[in-house]
Design a protein around this ligand. Sequence first.
Ligand code: ADP
Ligand code: MG
Length: 341
Amino acid sequence: MAPTVPPPLGEFELIAHFFTRASAQRALVRAGIGDDCALLDFGDATWAITSDMLLAGRHFFADDDAEAIGHKALAVNLSDLAAAGAAPRCFLLALALPAADEAWLTAFARGLFGLADAFGCELIGGDTTRAPTTLAASAEPVAGPLTICITALGDVPRALARRRSGAQVGDDLWLSGAVGDAALALAHRLGKVNGVAAADVQSINLRLQRPVPRVALGLALRGLAGAAIDISDGLLADLAHLLQRSGVAAQVRWEDVPRSPVLQRQPVPIQQRCALAGGDDYELLFTVPCGRREDVLGASRTTGVAVNRIGTITQGKGLAVLDGDGRPVETSLRGFDHFAQ
Ligand code: ADP
Ligand code: MG
């Protein structure tokens, strides 16, 4: 018999296989691995904690604007707090720097604290080290990569903390803002798409480099959204995580998936690839009972964040995306997995 070769481990199988264990502290840990934030219950309050790492060459280009890198490093963490309905309070910053470049650090700190101050989120500690220098046999020593890891903490009244697991059959599926621009910006930068007008490049680059975490909307949806997740790996991939955690299925209407005018100028297959599987959107995907549509629209008005109803939670497993004629849209599109690409 031929030896069986184990399939390569994806990011999520790897986490499930090596790092997911039964919680020993049930009274304290309401949610652990597998949600946007770990949720810790202390009396009437729940603390939401999340950690995200950004690496040069993996999450951003080493020569990207340092101010934007500082902004994004915190934004992606605040986005996870928003999903949980938590108010940002403080964060820890761990840095591995290839060099102590004063101009770079000044700009990085400006971006970081610009966002931190906007949300009253205070830096309370961290760690700083020089990134290792690798000596390739024949080449110049190469320092790096620049690595930024932020752990952010927020709080939410215990009864209002939100998880990925609260979706109910019959709920509406809502999405904030618009999706796909960040993926289009990346594809444009890598020369993988043509026809993005010069005048449009700046707006999509902003979506990629300076995502706005939907913190105010996350707070306004307390007690309204039963389940939520932020879109970091692609709409369908993150929806699949929410559905799996909730034990339900969903039907998504492609025509209702909000896309910017810039993305809508692209051919439909590119729109679908970017909006459904692109990632780096940092929009909130959430479920609300269909009787509360007016309340969701009210939350959208008070926070100034657009929301769209893109589908329905159904019984069973899996998800279907339907076009305007009710025909299924190709959904084998994958979201981002660090070990699959
Ligand atoms: P998000 O996109 O919301 O930041 P991820 O997709 O990065 O979440 O991670 C999925 C889940 O796995 C999260 O609950 C995260 O905390 C957890 N996780 C990721 N890496 C590890 C690890 N090395 N050890 C333990 N838990 C992890
Ligand atoms: Mg998340």
